[in-house]
Design a protein around this ligand. Structure first.
Ligand code: SF4
Length: 388
């Protein structure tokens, strides 16, 4: 029997919750930023930037995980000296992150970085040097991100508002942007980060209403993996559901690749990026006739890296199992030590529980083959990885 493979490939773009807010556009290296371009995902290296090999190695890992552009810190002269090689060899655009020392802004521009992020709140005499920065960035053709952060808000603004309110964050960012505009420089992206998602969301809403700059979303110091993922997801979703946000960074106290995975999944979940592997698995309950957690983990691990849209249902029993499995591209509904395997809504076979994972992998690979996908659409060889 030939199984028709449609894979749920949509003919029209999948629905989104809101159209993107209209913004001005520019390029950060090879990546377009603004409402006509896809939302991009960023992270930041945590190596010593002057350790060029380690930094480039981490950038390579981030690139492989799906990072669109990467930020590197530049706290010391040796870091500034490393920027030309890093900018040249990085496969994705490099954004230099500058705090405290204005001279590093010029070093980063000269080094060929694709953009510079400045935090006006903690760069000495920044307002007085905006003209020079605007001229240098303008002649190099690179954009500037004005990155306002609740923890380092401009003293003058802090005195006015008493704390980092949404209004304070927005006023600080728009004030700096206006100084750049006075010098004819408008390729500006803005972020107004706060650790509290409620304040952060309100700040971005206000900012979005008052300007057409592309916005970089971030919940700063969001915390370790679990908390940071939740805080970033809820804050970004609230904004993205209103069309606000052009680049995102999920800040986690975890390896930077994890930030990319979370950011990518947030965008996929909202149809703002094509969906790839999606596991639909049940929470299990007293009816489960198989260890659903273990099975779902094994299937996820085995299919990790699938670069084409594939919805896989892993269901614990025959109550909702067949329905969900039928709706997916491939699926299993388990019961009595066996698994009914579904492909595009049809039961194609029943296998013993011990063969469920390998059968799902086989079927996924057949789908990849029928789509004419080459190796590389699947990173690594799918294999059964037994979880304990
Ligand atoms: S599919 Fe079955 S085992 Fe899973 S949650 Fe539903 S009823 Fe429970």
């Amino acid at each position: 029997m030939t199984i028709p493979i449609g894979l749920g490939m949509p003919e029209a773009p999948p629905p989104v919750l809101a159209p993107r807010r209209r913004t001005r556009q520019f390029m950060v290296g090879s990546v377009g930023v603004g409402s006509d371009h896809p939302i991009s995902v960023q992270s930041m290296t945590n190596t010593k930037t002057h350790d060029i090999n380690a930094t480039l190695q981490q950038i390579a890992q981030l690139t492989a995980t799906g990072c669109d552009m990467v930020r590197v810190a530049c706290p010391k002269p040796v870091d500034a000296e490393a920027l030309p090689i890093i900018a040249k060899k990085s496969p994705i655009p490099v954004i230099a992150d500058i705090h405290f020392q204005p001279k590093y802004i010029f070093a980063a521009i000269d080094a060929g970085c694709a953009a510079v992020r400045v935090n006006p709140g903690n760069i000495k005499e920044f307002d007085g040097r905006v003209k020079e920065v605007a001229l240098a960035a303008g002649s190099a053709g690179i954009p500037i991100r004005i990155g306002v952060n609740a923890g380092s808000l401009d003293k003058r603004i802090m005195e006015k508002y008493g704390k980092a309110t949404p209004e304070a964050l927005v006023e600080s960012a728009l004030w700096e942007a206006s100084l750049f505009e006075e010098h004819g420089f408008g390729d500006i992206k803005i972020s107004v980060k706060h650790h509290d998602p409620v304040i952060m969301v309100e700040a971005y809403r206000q900012l979005a209403a008052q300007c057409d700059y592309p916005l970089h979303l971030g919940v700063t110091e969001a915390g370790p993996m679990f908390q940071g993922t939740i805080k970033s997801s809820v804050a970004f979703s609230a904004l993205l559901a209103e069309g606000i946000g052009d680049t995102i960074r999920v800040s986690l106290s975890a390896p930077p690749e994890e930030e990319i995975k979370v950011g990518d999944m947030i965008l996929q979940s909202l149809n703002l990026r094509p969906r790839k592997l999606e596991i639909v698995s049940c929470p299990s309950c007293g009816r489960a006739q198989v260890d659903v957690y273990k099975l779902a983990e094994e299937v996820t691990a085995a299919l990790d890296g699938m670069e084409f849209p594939l919805r896989v249902a892993v269901m614990g029993c025959v109550v909702n199992g067949p329905g969900e499995a039928r709706d997916a591209d491939i699926g299993v509904a388990s019961g009595n030590g066996k698994g009914q395997i579904f492909v595009k809504g049809e039961v194609i076979k029943t296998v013993p529980e011990s063969q469920i994972v390998e059968t799902l992998i086989e079927e996924a690979m057949k789908i990849a083959e029928e789509l004419g996908l080459e190796e590389g659409s699947v990173s690594g060889s799918p294999e059964v990885k037994v979880t304990s």
